[in-house]
Design a protein around this ligand. Sequence first.
Ligand code: ATP
Ligand code: MG
Length: 564
Amino acid sequence: MTDPSAGATDFISDIVRADNASGVFGGRVQTRFPPEPNGYLHIGHAKSIAVNFGTAERFGGQCKLRFDDTNPDTEDAEYVDAIVRDTAWLLGYAPVDVVYTSDYFEQLYAWAELLINEGKAYVDDQDGDTISEQRGGYGKPGLESPYRNRPASESLDLLRRMRGGEFPDGSRCLRAKIDMQAENMWLRDPVLYRIRRGHHHRTGEEWCIYPTYDWAHGQSDAIEGVTHSLCTMEFESHRPLYDWCLEQLPLPYEKPQQTEFARLEITHTITSKRRLRTLVEDGVVDGWSDARMPTLSGLRRRGYPASAIREFCAETGTTRTNSRQSIELLEWYVRRSLNLTAQRRMVVLRPLRLVLDNWPVDDSGNPVVEHFEVANNPENPDDGVRRVAFTGELVIEQDDFAEVPPPKFFRLSPGKEVRLRGAYLITATDVVKDDDGNVIEVRATYDPDSKGGTAPDGRKVKSTMHWVSVPHAVPVRAALYDRLFTAAVPGEATDEPLDDLNPDSRELLGGALAEAVVADADPGQVLQFERLGYFANDTDEPGLFHRTVGLRDEWAAIQKRAAR
Ligand code: ATP
Ligand code: MG
């Protein structure tokens, strides 16, 4: 059997290989993806999912989805459901093990009592502001709490009464007794438990004290038997505390090892849940799943294939150096994937009537209808062909016609000949205008000998345009998107990313006309609208198509510019 980890050259795989060789974890590989259910997952979380689930998969280990649900104020069951759904979508399978830090509340509490009994933790009667003031800073000494050396029995009694609900929120807390002069601020007697009343989405009103991140996280890893606790760089400074806590406790498995990697950041995008929540709450976007959001549910709505996001995360590598990837590169992965899977259709977003004056009528005086066979996807012959109806009453894109063509305009203008894709060559002869002088209709003639779009005499026709037959058209709506943030690094200038919001990030078009089969598109299906881009049929409101990405490879253009 081949070693599935063989190709993996990232530093985390190297660490796991070394650990397997030394046998520290007895060959076990166990990771976890630990979101807090206080928002939806975003593209940055995709990286963490890729690293955690990916590492476990590569080494035949296990990865759990663990909800880090220790703050009843901001967490909600809606977020839990969304996170399970979005994780499953990204992975392509439902995560097998879904666990909750709140399942460990009793064990975490028991370990807190153990620390007190061993003189390694105490109840502090001061409020949070006083405690932060006393913490000091770099080069600034910390101040010991007057309660630091109270007897263990007193702290134990107070902690039990805290749990019993005797004291108001924030009036007391449990702190580890480590070192108020430690260079690492996290070791200056960090808070382990705080009093906080609120409804917890799983434990209800059962608890009124909640463990802090630092007390919950490492201990949850230890309870589950995590071997490699993989997190982002901002937790590097927490690692000594992570280790300190674990070293005080009788662990059921080997002590887990925390390893940090760089966050995924992307240009024109933010990956802060707090700020994403602001966009939702302020109504800047239509909810967490708005197709402009960098959330997994937003990207899915927009038509991003999960496999493209997975490939992007895997192929851009995992390092310890923070950097920002170009959104154009992510779009390149999306386009590469959709090019192979998306069926082609003709849709006119901003219709302009085009009437063929020499189009024949049948014996009863009705315009003739012809049908052309068109390949569904030239990249994939297995997708077959479809029949597209053609008559003398058509629509084309408004900007494919110019009454007075600017230089280098090769599309339709009076006297010019163009190809209607797969159908006929046509020549514009005249225009019809409204009272304001706007062109509302183009008159043209077709060459009956050019069926399929080939000139009988081999004459050159430069332009090929898409079209839709009016009597066979179905109306659709389309949403075109621009970057949600105008700046490549949102907030770079003012420190406030929301200052860089693009006020014109979405354009809704109500009057688009599509060839008939577009009506049969499944909710969520992505189609390529010829010459316009990839469009995803909305999942909630079929018939509304979100432009996933355009057809132009902007990544290639950026690369070319960089090479110059
Ligand atoms: P926020 O601070 O915006 O709420 P978070 O990082 O606290 O986000 P969590 O729900 O705690 O959100 O994240 C779960 C996991 O995902 C953590 O291990 C975190 O390190 C990781 N993660 C979050 N954002 C990114 C990112 N941009 N790139 C890589 N991993 C990330
Ligand atoms: Mg967090």
